[in-house]
Design a protein. Sequence first.
Length: 80
Amino acid sequence: AMSDKVTGAERQEPSIEERLDPALRKVKEEWEKANDKAQQAAKPLMSAINKMRAEMCWQRPSLWDHEKCLKFLGVTCQSS
Protein backbone atom coordinates (compact mmCIF):
# COMPACT_ATOMS: atom_id res chain seq x y z
CA ALA A 1 0.00 0.00 0.00
CA MET A 2 0.98 3.65 -0.14
CA SER A 3 1.89 3.82 3.56
CA ASP A 4 4.60 1.15 3.08
CA LYS A 5 6.57 3.36 0.65
CA VAL A 6 9.07 5.79 2.08
CA THR A 7 9.86 8.86 0.04
CA GLY A 8 13.32 10.36 -0.16
CA ALA A 9 12.22 13.31 1.97
CA GLU A 10 11.02 11.03 4.78
CA ARG A 11 14.13 8.83 4.80
CA GLN A 12 16.92 10.18 6.96
CA GLU A 13 20.57 9.32 6.70
CA PRO A 14 21.97 7.77 9.87
CA SER A 15 24.02 10.22 11.91
CA ILE A 16 27.77 9.86 12.13
CA GLU A 17 27.29 8.59 15.68
CA GLU A 18 24.97 5.85 14.44
CA ARG A 19 27.41 4.85 11.69
CA LEU A 20 30.42 4.40 13.99
CA ASP A 21 31.11 0.83 14.88
CA PRO A 22 30.97 -0.09 18.59
CA ALA A 23 34.78 -0.06 19.06
CA LEU A 24 35.08 3.48 17.70
CA ARG A 25 32.11 4.59 19.78
CA LYS A 26 33.79 3.27 22.94
CA VAL A 27 37.10 5.01 22.10
CA LYS A 28 35.22 8.26 21.46
CA GLU A 29 33.41 7.98 24.81
CA GLU A 30 36.67 7.28 26.67
CA TRP A 31 38.38 10.21 24.98
CA GLU A 32 35.49 12.52 25.92
CA LYS A 33 35.69 11.37 29.57
CA ALA A 34 39.46 11.93 29.68
CA ASN A 35 39.12 15.32 28.00
CA ASP A 36 36.43 16.38 30.50
CA LYS A 37 38.68 15.38 33.43
CA ALA A 38 41.63 17.28 31.92
CA GLN A 39 39.49 20.39 31.44
CA GLN A 40 38.29 20.23 35.06
CA ALA A 41 41.83 19.73 36.38
CA ALA A 42 43.36 22.49 34.24
CA LYS A 43 44.97 25.19 36.32
CA PRO A 44 43.67 28.69 35.59
CA LEU A 45 46.18 31.00 33.92
CA MET A 46 45.84 33.58 36.69
CA SER A 47 44.40 33.64 40.17
CA ALA A 48 41.36 35.83 40.82
CA ILE A 49 43.52 38.44 42.53
CA ASN A 50 45.94 38.62 39.60
CA LYS A 51 43.03 38.87 37.15
CA MET A 52 41.66 41.83 39.08
CA ARG A 53 45.11 43.41 39.30
CA ALA A 54 45.66 43.03 35.55
CA GLU A 55 42.23 44.54 34.80
CA MET A 56 42.99 47.50 37.05
CA CYS A 57 46.38 48.01 35.40
CA TRP A 58 44.83 47.95 31.92
CA GLN A 59 42.26 50.56 32.98
CA ARG A 60 44.92 53.03 34.16
CA PRO A 61 44.86 56.21 32.11
CA SER A 62 48.67 56.34 32.07
CA LEU A 63 49.69 52.68 32.05
CA TRP A 64 53.02 53.43 30.35
CA ASP A 65 53.97 55.70 33.26
CA HIS A 66 53.11 53.18 35.99
CA GLU A 67 56.21 51.06 36.56
CA LYS A 68 54.59 48.53 38.97
CA CYS A 69 51.83 47.68 36.48
CA LEU A 70 54.27 47.36 33.60
CA LYS A 71 56.46 44.99 35.61
CA PHE A 72 53.45 42.98 36.83
CA LEU A 73 51.96 42.61 33.34
CA GLY A 74 55.33 41.78 31.81
CA VAL A 75 56.21 39.12 34.38
CA THR A 76 52.69 37.62 34.51
CA CYS A 77 52.32 37.40 30.72
CA GLN A 78 55.80 35.98 30.30
CA SER A 79 55.29 33.25 32.92
CA SER A 80 51.79 32.21 31.74
